[in-house]
Design a protein around this ligand. Structure first.
Ligand code: CTP
Length: 398
């Protein structure tokens, strides 16, 4: 995450089994350069010890209302004044009820009430507790009060039941919190992204595809969401988790991808073609499995429509970003492609270094030349790329 100045968070932990995840969350937040002060309710201390949180944060933990931690005895005021946000993770049903009613009978609820900064809560509870009308009323009240509610997620719960109510994983929370601090230049804007491979059927069980994993496109969708955009992700077959908050349109073939893109291209502000679209499809795929014989088999291939070129040539096109995966002569071929497709921005990478990997290295080509984004994780690169797109997009609007 690129941050102008260090952000400070009070991480409030309340008494639920998911409190164990708070240790990992603390670690991830600190890794992102966020300064964290931990405050725990008494009940939370039964699930995870203040010593653990103190050891990880390197700071004394506030765990009770009456301790002499604050010089002036005003911990509830001091702590909230120093913070850029308060994050309650996990937030139990009981604590959420307290927040909804403005109760302040322990340090953590008091500092929430005394705060002058944003409050984010990550609910964690049994599914019946979550679905209970009282909890739903309280959550609706928090939302109406401007509190940001992160999750919950659904799945197997500590009690053995399955359903909605489990706290988001630490990684998701850390990502949401980092995103919360980022400026949102794409609020109210729609970004359309294609990702993954396409699959062109030969017969009922065989097809032509490629080794694209979809990781780069999905990371870009995540980065675009973090900047406030409405994201439509048209995805070929992948095994990746969907970016939370994106509208994902699943497709298989290039023709289906083209159809989905046509539906959304008209009102999108930015189009990013990351998909490795098959350049050809089989002229006449067989409905039944083709049986082998000793004869040679010839497949007739027809060219697929170029989706990116179609969007870039719309009468009032969105800001179009293309990708080029080359196996050689990246600098030369990529710039040629950018000019040929008339794109304001083209992202080049070497196929053999990118495909399937969690890392990548990108070269951005635009009217002013080329710019290298050195090797890094795909999400980190996606965030840098989105910063670049933001600048170029805003420049193009002027
Ligand atoms: N693309 C597309 N539709 C296609 C083929 C490509 O939208 N039918 C998009 C890709 O998503 C990518 C860009 O075009 O953003 C570059 O694709 P690429 O296959 O590298 O370029 P081609 O022009 O097809 O050239 P070649 O395959 O010969 O390298």
């Amino acid at each position: 995450m690129e941050q102008e100045q260090t952000k400070r968070i009070v991480l409030g932990i309340t008494g639920g089994i998911a409190a164990y995840k708070a240790a990992e969350l603390l670690r991830l937040l600190m890794k992102q350069g966020i300064e964290v002060q931990v405050a725990m309710t008494e009940a939370a201390c039964h699930f995870i010890t203040p010593a653990t949180m103190q050891g990880l944060s390197g700071k004394p933990v506030f765990a009770g209302q009456w301790e002499a931690g604050a010089a002036n005895g005003m911990a509830h005021i001091n702590l909230s004044r120093a913070a850029d946000a308060i994050v309650i993770a996990p937030a139990t049903a009981d604590f959420i009820a307290k927040l909804a009613h403005g109760l302040a009978d322990d340090l953590l609820s008091a500092l929430c009430l005394a705060r002058n900064c944003p409050l984010l809560v990550a609910p964690a509870m049994n599914r019946e507790m979550w679905l209970n009308a009282a909890t739903q009323r309280n959550i609706a009240q928090l939302l109406a009060d401007g509190v940001r509610v992160l999750g919950p997620d659904s799945g197997v719960q500590a009690c053995g039941e399955e359903g909605m109510g489990r706290m988001l994983e630490a990684e998701d929370l850390a990502r949401d919190i980092a995103a919360f601090f980022q400026p949102k230049p794409f609020t109210g804007k729609k970004i359309l992204i294609t990702a993954g491979p396409t699959y062109e059927a030969i017969d009922a069980v065989r097809g032509i595809t490629n080794r694209s994993s979809g990781k780069m496109g999905y990371a870009i969708a995540q980065a675009a969401l973090e900047l406030g955009a409405e994201v439509v992700l048209v995805s070929g077959p992948t095994a990746l988790a969907r970016p939370r908050g994106a509208q994902v349109v699943d497709v298989v073939s290039a023709a289906q991808m083209f159809g989905a893109v046509k539906q959304h291209a008209g009102d999108c502000d930015v189009f990013i073609g990351v998909a490795a679209v098959a350049d050809y499809r089989v002229a006449q795929p067989s409905e039944q499995k083709i049986k082998k014989s000793s004869d040679a088999l010839t497949l007739e291939l027809l060219p697929n429509p170029d989706i990116l070129a179609y969007v870039a040539n719309l009468p009032d096109p969105p800001f179009c970003v293309g990708f080029a995966a080359e196996s050689e002569n990246l600098m030369e071929y990529a710039e040629q492609k950018r000019r040929a497709k008339k794109l304001p921005l083209l992202v080049g990478n070497l196929a053999q270094r990118a495909i399937g990997s969690d890392d990548n290295e990108l070269v951005l080509f635009d009217g002013s030349g080329s710019h290298v984004l050195p090797r890094a994780g795909k999400l980190a690169l996606a965030r840098q790329l989105m910063q670049h797109i933001t600048q170029r997009y805003e420049g193009a609007q002027k």
